[in-house]
Design a protein around this ligand. Sequence first.
Ligand code: PMP
Length: 316
Amino acid sequence: MQRWRTTSVAEHPPLISFNHRVVPWDEARLHVWSEYAIRGASVFEGIRAYWQPVVEAYACLALQEHIARLYRSAQLLRMPLDVAPEQVIDDIAVLLEALDLRQHAYIRPTLYVDEDRPAGSVGVYVGAFPMPHAEQCWMGIRACVSSWRRAGDDVAPPRIKWGAGYGILRLARNEAVSGGYDEAFLLNDRGHLTEATGAAVFIVRDGVAATPPLSAGILESITRTRVLELLQTELGVPVEVRDVQRSELHIADEVFTCGTLREIVPVTHVDAWTIGDGQTGPITARLRDRYFAICDRAETAPHGWMTTMRQRRGVA
Ligand code: PMP
């Protein structure tokens, strides 16, 4: 199976959508002196398109929510918004069709500002990569609590998904990796749990799932909302949206992260503590299996979860 790394410019798909045209990868260039390059003046999304072999089409998970969040991020940064959301969706559809990956994909639409563009206009590019479910969803990961804090809404609003905002998450992730961990959890200035470096966090104690509130200082994670819905309505697990203290992570029966890219990932260790028996917990396993059933067989998805992407191939 062909795989490219989302973080590598050396291994990449042959095509990318750049300002509404599908072009060879190398043609999507921005100047080193742009605001984009120097200060990270961009907002972006990570969206999953799940290939449905039976109907030979992509089903995008929570597409409208992702596009809405992209525009909220841009609005908060007062970026010019002269491109309609429907145009970005169209760019995604055209790129998927041009790449013709025929397997699960990860899509990253990005809006950027750059002085070379006409005043009041926003730049848009979209990359798409093959992206199967990660093996960590079955193996689990080891996480540490980072010494770096997640800044609050009055410092660097975590609800904005912006390039520059990911610096702090990079610090935390580097710290985790150099300590031999797979992932880091960040606390806020009150010492409460916020999120992981690219995913929301849940704990399970005595059969009740808990996750920090948005006011703890987290991205408005779309998967977190979907997981809350699944736990309550399908799995019959009571949920609490409340502050989670650091020590609760260590004594929880189960800990898992969730996000569009990483999906549902069991956390088997936090710092020096083993979570439960060090295996995937039963609630996490049920949740993961249901989540993957939704992704892989979109016809089983609850109403409103999936958007089928149009296929123009074969149409005159
Ligand atoms: N927190 C952060 C910091 C993230 O980057 C992500 C990934 N977008 C998430 C949480 C999960 O958000 P979502 O469920 O919308 O993908």
